[in-house]
Design a protein around this ligand. Structure first.
Ligand code: UD1
Ligand code: MG
Length: 424
């Protein structure tokens, strides 16, 4: 059965106190909305993102990055039920499943959504809502069940009685709908509640009243639906995501010397027996091979491909570069827009000067197999150091260096004998 998704992202995000729309805030260089769109990319054929506040920026982001997603404007924003109703014209003749998610819950995983949809299918469900348990359920909609345990309705915090507020099972804000049976609900919801909004949560009762098959799927790890409303939540979500990534990497055979000071994005692959030393920060999409040593205090900024047996040492920053096997970048260097061959040695303090501020262009540095770059060298890109060439320390390299040549731009050493003694 075909699946389409609707991602709600029109809300204001007031508590972020930001000029940037909430869903475009980033974790490891990827937007919150990007995480949600990625979580459905292998499950759905088409995705709709409901936009409202800062609509133009969010529309541009979706258009530039996600060919399988369309934006739909919701203006004004009259609630989550109203938001979903915006896709009704686009899905008028659609009969498959619709997965509804929120653009501000970036930690949801594809695997979980897969299980959720399977659960929906296996129960022959018409409406399935994802729920989870919180010790402190404040602010979430509460899942209210009948005495036989079946679903009754969802009550929002602001509409809840004291008894309902005590319920710890909450609505995760993720739904799977049999669209053909549910779509007519969206013209029948009312805004008769404490917030005067059209609540998506009312579809539970709507379905029950029509004897539809309505179910909940209880998510064990409530961190997966952790929502971002403030910068505090953003930091906490980054921590949760990081713990998940590091646990997975360690399980797969990567040594993380200090998980408390190491930050690695979920788009980073790392091979077995690689050691990540403390205070290393790896963001964006990267691939690191086997038996590498990364850090301490290394910064990989995305687009980095590192082969096996490579060392990226302390205070080394690498961006959008390829480093082949058995190469060392030991200390205090910047490698950007570069390609390094095998058995290359990069001396301490080497900089690839990749950015031309006049033309605002990025240029490439190529260092071929077995080349050795002396300490404190600046390689002014575009530039190539051919196979086996050496560059003397403190050189500024503005021309290509031929294979097996030595390039030097250093001023000769002057020694003035007894100079010190003559000063007194
Ligand atoms: C909602 C649920 C609540 C659930 C919680 C989970 C409703 C009525 N309540 O509450 O049961 O526990 O999510 O996080 O659905 N949005 C729009 N257009 C609107 C309003 C909201 O696109 O008109 C979007 C927001 O940008 C956000 C999502 O919908 O991404 C949820 O809205 P929010 O206002 O955060 O709802 P909650 O009060 O958190
Ligand atoms: Mg919310």
């Amino acid at each position: 059965m075909s699946i389409k998704s609707v991602i709600l992202a029109a809300g204001k995000g007031t508590r972020m106190k930001s000029q940037t729309p909430k869903v475009l805030h980033e974790i490891y260089g990827k937007t919150l909305l990007g995480y949600v769109l990625d979580s459905v990319k292998n499950l759905t054929k088409e995705n709709f993102v409901i936009v409202g506040h800062h609509a133009e920026e969010v529309e541009k982001f979706v258009k530039d990055n996600y060919a399988n997603a369309k934006t739909v404007l919701q203006s004004p924003q009259l609630g989550t039920g109203h938001a979903v109703s915006m896709v009704c014209p686009s899905l008028e003749n659609y009969e498959g499943l619709v997965l509804i998610l929120c653009g501000d819950t970036p930690l949801i995983q594809e695997e979980t959504l897969r299980k959720f949809v399977e659960h929906h299918k296996s129960l022959n469900s018409d409406i399935t809502v994802m729920s989870t348990i919180f010790d402190d359920p404040t602010n979430y909609g509460r899942i209210i069940r009948e005495s036989d345990g079946s679903l009754k309705c969802i009550v929002e915090e602001k509409d809840a009685t004291a008894e309902e507020k005590a319920v710890k099972e909450v609505n995760a804000g993720i739904y799977c709908l049999d669209w053909g049976k549910i779509k007519s609900a969206f013209s029948e919801l009312t805004s008769n509640n404490a917030q005067g909004e059209y609540y998506l949560t009312d579809i539970i009762e709507w379905g029950k009243n029509r004897s539809l098959n309505v179910n909940a799927y209880i998510l064990k790890d409530n961190r997966e639906i952790y929502g971002i409303n403030s910068r505090i939540n953003l930091a906490q979500a980054t921590k949760y995501l990081n713990e998940r990534v590091l646990t997975k990497l360690m399980t797969e055979g990567v040594t993380i010397v200090d998980p408390y000071s190491t930050w690695i994005s979920d788009d980073t692959e790392i091979g077995q027996d690689t050691i990540i030393y403390p205070a290393t920060y790896i963001e964006g999409k990267n691939k690191i091979g086997k038996n590498c040593k990364i850090g301490p205090c290394a910064h990989l900024r995305g687009g980095v491909e590192v082969a096996d047996n490579v060392k990226v040492g302390n205070f080394v920053e690498v961006k959008k570069s390829k480093i082949s096997s058995n190469t060392n970048v030991g200390h205090l260097s910047y490698i950007g827009d570069s390609e390094l061959g095998e058995h290359v040695n990069i001396g301490a303090g080497t900089i690839t000067a990749n950015y031309n501020p006049i033309t605002k262009s990025k240029n490439k540095t190529v260092i071929k197999d077995n080349a050795k770059i002396g300490s404190n060298t600046v390689l002014v890109a575009p530039v190539t150091v051919e196979e086996g060439a050496n560059v003397g320390a403190l050189s500024v390299i503005t021309k290509n260096v031929q294979a097996w040549a030595l390039a030097l731009t250093r001023t000769p050493v002057r020694i003035i004998e007894n100079w010190v003694k003559k000063q007194s």
